[in-house]
Design a protein. Structure first.
Length: 127
């Protein structure tokens, strides 16, 4: 990994990541409270990424915040614990109930359910 570009400004997320690493280091006994306080103060006042690098240089590496939770596409990955419940079965049941209650003889909800199923399959197709 190359050294951070001194011209790039540090983001709040990067500062918070460094502070989290420093707090973990205190919990693991790698830093004293005084050392951690000094480094945390320096992290919050850091302007550039190069100002953050020396604060954790003598500590074990952790994942940088820019790549945490991102898939190869750059979008947040969908973890199983954060998935929404499937909407398709709920919509299908509601359409069938509406069809039963409807005075129309043609099973019109079948067309809507077929459209939703096709849309769902093309949207979630794996490559």
């Amino acid at each position: 990994m190359s050294a951070p570009d001194p011209a790039l400004r540090a983001s709040d997320t990067e500062r918070e990541h460094v502070v989290a690493v420093l707090r973990d280091a205190v919990g693991e006994g790698r830093l004293t409270l005084t050392e951690a306080e000094d480094r945390i103060a320096a992290a919050y006042t850091a302007v550039h990424r190069a100002d953050l690098a020396p604060l954790t240089a003598d500590l074990p590496r952790a994942d940088p915040p820019a790549t945490a939770g991102l898939a190869a596409t750059g979008r947040p990955d969908r973890r199983p614990d954060r998935r929404r419940p499937p909407l398709l079965p709920v919509v299908a049941v509601l359409l069938v109930v509406a069809w039963i209650a409807s005075p129309l003889p043609f099973p019109w909800p079948i067309l809507l359910v077929a459209f939703l199923v096709l849309r769902h399959r093309t949207r979630h197709r794996t490559t």
